[in-house]
Design a protein around this ligand. Structure first.
Ligand code: MRU
Length: 358
């Protein structure tokens, strides 16, 4: 089934993660936009491999996928060892946790599912109970994104410019649905606050040109892809009011890890007098990380930088440095939008106040 078959109103038609026929179904983001295909997964180890290999990516989508992965792990453990299934489960949870290091939503979801397991009432069917929990997390993520869309769009309304710039893909593909950064852009477009989106192509994995552009084109939202090197000139043209991005992990002081290149955009935005918005659910906030220095940054294979589409582009013998994320200091962020509310000019105290309202 094409994810766009069941077109819904409000610019919200893509679902990358689904539970179907007792299996986890993932839209394969490695081959989008020109091939729409799905992987049906029924083991925790295949779930971890799908996260590691970026079949599914984006912090909230990784967390939701991991929650379904725990359901699969529990089902496998019960089949193999009904008496000691909880002991057997541990190895699968560790495999899921080792799949990618930066998006804290992965660890948040695993911790949440583990605490559900610890609290299962006697006589409950663990698979059904955990599936219900994973589906609840999934639905909550979509609702959070819609709420953030409303909150964030109000800032774009005040921006006075009819274009926004985004980086990577923080859309329906990266979440349970609707998107974080792209959710704000969807809402702002639906309300008529913006008329055009610029999407950084986002080297080396091209989440911007392949995924964000695909989502926006499918929804009928006008989008122009730019190479990262064009962002400064675009900002100087004066058509952009806001840069809007998602996040993989936000530290207690508001420092934000997101796709590599985000930090550079924030510096350029400040220089040109544009405003910079981070949109993320509170599941992305890691109060244990005092600041950005405590956020682990994933290093990915050099081949991603040295080549394109499986073909080597760089000079033979060249090496590459390929951090997948960078950290934008809180002082460059004008507003963090969460489902619980917004934090303007984030500080440790303001973030703690937001999180205390749990
Ligand atoms: O390497 P990826 O594609 O998983 O990186 C994704 C991003 O950096 C997104 O911007 C982030 O996860 C926010 S998605 C709602």
């Amino acid at each position: 089934m094409n994810p766009l078959d069941a077109k819904q109103p409000s610019y919200d038609s893509v679902r990358a993660v689904q539970w179907l026929d007792a299996k986890l179904r993932l839209l394969d983001q490695r081959v989008l936009p020109h091939t729409v295909s799905y992987l049906d997964i029924d083991s925790a180890s295949d779930t971890a491999a799908a996260i590691r290999d970026m079949v599914v990516r984006g912090a909230p989508a990784i967390g939701i996928t991991a929650a379904y992965g725990v359901v699969l792990a529990v089902r496998q453990a019960l089949t193999h060892d009904p008496q000691n299934w909880q002991t057997r489960l541990q190895a699968d949870i560790e495999t899921l946790a080792a799949s990618r290091p930066t998006a804290v939503n992965l660890f948040w979801a695993l911790k949440h599912m583990q605490s559900c397991i610890a609290q299962l009432p006697a006589g409950t069917d663990p698979v059904n109970a955990l599936l219900a929990e994973a589906q609840r997390l999934h639905q909550e993520d979509i609702a959070a994104n819609q709420r953030m869309g409303e909150l964030g769009a109000a800032f774009l309304q005040q921006g006075g410019k009819d274009c926004a710039l985004t980086h990577c893909n923080s859309g329906a593909l990266a979440t349970g649905g609707y998107g974080t950064g792209l959710g704000v852009i969807r809402s702002a477009y639906a309300k008529g606050y913006i008329r055009h989106v610029f999407a950084d192509e986002t080297r080396p994995w091209l989440q911007g040109s392949r995924l964000t552009a695909w989502e926006l084109v499918e929804e009928g939202i006008p989008v122009s892809v730019i190479c990262e090197g064009a962002a400064a000139s675009l900002m100087r043209e004066g058509r952009i009011g806001w840069v809007v991005v998602g996040a993989d992990r936000i530290a207690a002081n508001g420092d934000t890890a997101n796709k590599v290149g985000t930090y550079g955009l924030a510096i350029m935005a400040r220089h040109h007098g544009l405003r910079f918005m981070v949109v993320a659910p509170t599941a992305t906030i890691d109060m244990q990380a005092a600041d950005g220095r405590a956020i682990p940054i994933e290093q990915r294979d050099a081949s991603e930088v040295l080549g394109l589409g499986g073909k080597t582009i760089a000079a033979n013998g060249a090496q590459a440095w390929n951090p997948s994320f960078d950290v934008t200091p809180a002082e460059l962020i004008d507003v963090i939008v969460t489902e619980r509310g917004v934090v303007e000019k984030p500080t440790t105290a303001a973030m703690a106040q937001l999180m205390a309202g749990q």
